[in-house]
Design a protein around this ligand. Structure first.
Ligand SMILES: CC(=O)SCCNC(=O)CCNC(=O)[C@H](O)C(C)(C)COP(=O)(O)OP(=O)(O)OC[C@H]1O[C@@H](n2cnc3c(N)ncnc32)[C@H](O)[C@@H]1OP(=O)(O)O
Length: 394
């Protein structure tokens, strides 16, 4: 069943904290839920559907429903696809609403990676027997897997297409240009290409400034039926299309290191929404590392494969300058990357843009159609991809 026009995002909230030593993860989930409900003009007793991923402690969705006192939930989903989970959840919530399983869905993400000093899914130390993910035993002998696999993708992209570190650096430059206007951004300083390429090497060819930040916090969304949306006094953001796909060595269907699952999730979402890349006025693109953005821009069809380096170096990602303003909150590269599943912030900034509530310095004029895309896991080897297309309803 198509979800086009069957659900609306009516509430969105991003937690203002980036460092939360005095709050528990369930508390952050609850504060985000409260913020999104207030934004929508609803109460927690209105919620009858709940969605979260693996960052929710205990028994995931079940524990959070209990902790938050959500008495009327009749539909739950805790599908885990890493950083793309929260984009995928909007699609799943829309599907559940279209099928009559619920009418007000709450989606929450929260975590405290700064306190836990933990990223990467529990892969364990080199050579250690681990209860982490199944691939850990094959990969942890080479050290930390996340930065290394993204580094391999960047290296391969450079080899295949001649992409340069300077071109990748433009992605951080664009994100920092937007982050300067975000009072909550973890990093607010505008940086130059030279600063990015001269920052310390993390995993060749990715430098410190090619990486996303590590922040505590979270966010929440409220997705409702058209009937509930009509009753609320907020701008309506219509869900137009959603696509999801896994990429893995076995399920990867022949994709090499330079391609992401966006090659599958993108066309599904565009097809369902009935729009094309040139119709998109604003894009939130998952930005765990600069290379993540570059590959996804290409795979979603915003430029030709291999031309991403030129596209970003022409300033196309900068609001008010280029063709495709991206991550106008500063994104994961500068603003916020709570947990290793930061995708919810991608939807939240797209909602701000469509409502006309982004910072005036970065607001895209007449922003009527936006895309949010997430990836989760390790870009080169195995990850989940999810694409969401939304439209402002007059
Ligand atoms: C699907 C997915 O989501 S996969 C992605 C999951 N996320 C990640 O892998 C996180 C990637 N980022 C990181 O691992 C870390 O930020 C690192 C390794 C790049 C840096 O961490 P550390 O070496 O511990 O740096 P530390 O936190 O001590 O900060 C040192 C300095 O660098 C700065 N800094 C830290 N991270 C970044 C960053 N990403 N960009 C720019 N500056 C940074 C800090 O502000 C600090 O500056 P200061 O000395 O002026 O105060």
């Amino acid at each position: 069943m198509s979800i086009k026009g069957k659900a609306y995002i009516m509430g969105a909230y991003e937690h203002p904290l980036r460092d939360a030593p005095d709050k528990s993860t369930p508390q952050l989930h609850a504060e985000c839920a409260k913020g999104a409900l207030e934004d929508a003009g609803l109460t927690k007793d209105d919620i009858d559907g709940y969605f979260c991923a693996g960052d929710a402690p205990g028994f995931g969705a079940m524990s959070m429903v209990d902790y938050m006192g959500l008495r009327n939930v009749r539909h739950m989903d805790s599908t885990e696809t890493g950083g793309s989970s929260y984009l995928l959840h909007v699609g799943h919530a829309a599907q559940a609403i279209a099928e009559g399983k619920c009418s007000v869905a709450l989606v929450t993400l929260a975590g405290r990676p700064r306190q836990n000093k933990f990223f990467g899914g529990g892969a364990g130390k080199p050579g250690q027997l681990t209860d982490g993910p199944p691939e850990a035993g094959y990969e942890n002998i080479y050290g930390g897997s996340t930065h290394n696999t993204y580094g391999m993708c960047a290296m391969r992209h450079m080899y295949e297409y001649g992409t340069t570190s300077e071109q990748l650096a433009w992605i951080k430059v664009a994100a920092s240009h937007h982050a300067q206007y975000n009072e909550h951004a973890f990093l607010k300083d505008v940086v130059t290409v030279e600063q990015v390429v001269n920052s310390r090497m993390i995993s060749d060819p990715l430098h410190l400034l090619d990486c996303c930040v590590v922040t505590d916090g979270g966010g929440a969304l409220i997705v409702t039926s058209p009937e509930v949306a009509k009753s609320l006094n907020r701008p309506k953001v219509k869900v137009m299309g959603a696509g999801e796909a896994p990429k893995g060595p076995m399920g990867g269907r022949g994709l090499d290191l330079t391609h992401s699952g966006a090659v599958w999730s993108g066309p599904i979402a565009f097809g369902e929404a009935g729009v094309k890349p040139s119709d998109i006025k604003y894009a939130s693109i998952y930005d765990s590392f600069t290379i993540t953005v570059l590959m996804q821009l290409e795979d979603l069809g915003f430029c030709e494969k291999g031309q991403g380096g030129k596209f970003v170096a022409d300033g196309n990602l900068i609001s008010g300058v280029g063709k495709l303003p991206f991550n106008t909150d500063g994104g994961g590269l500068c603003n916020n990357h709570p947990t290793n599943r930061g995708g919810i912030t991608k939807v939240i900034e797209a909602v701000r843009q469509l409502r006309g509530e982004a910072h005036p310095k970065v607001q895209v004029p007449n922003c009527d159609i936006a895309l949010a895309h997430g990836t989760g896991g390790s870009l080169g080897t195995r990850h989940g991809a999810a694409t969401l297309i939304m439209e402002r309803e007059a």
